[in-house]
Design a protein. Sequence first.
Length: 106
Amino acid sequence: MLDKSIIQGYTPETAVFQVPMSVSEERIHFDRDRYKRKFGHDLESRGFTILAMSEPHRDNRPHVQCPPDRKQYAILALVRRRPVTQIIDVPDSLVPQMLALGLKEK
């Protein structure tokens, strides 16, 4: 069975952060670009291309533990891994077979 992310052409990645209860929704909305920029930088440094990114939203998933004096937010990103070029030495007799598989000759 194929993974849905392969068929869709992307995979979801989620960033979760916590703030004190005293931080207002307006403050989160004001700082949303900073949170998204940090998450985007982390994804790009790990070799992902970002296709789309959501705004920070309250993360009320029951299985995620959050201290009672804090609120938890999540950002969802749809990403694709950047292609990586690999160079391999192939004996001359195998070159036609490798080309048939889709490898490119340098």
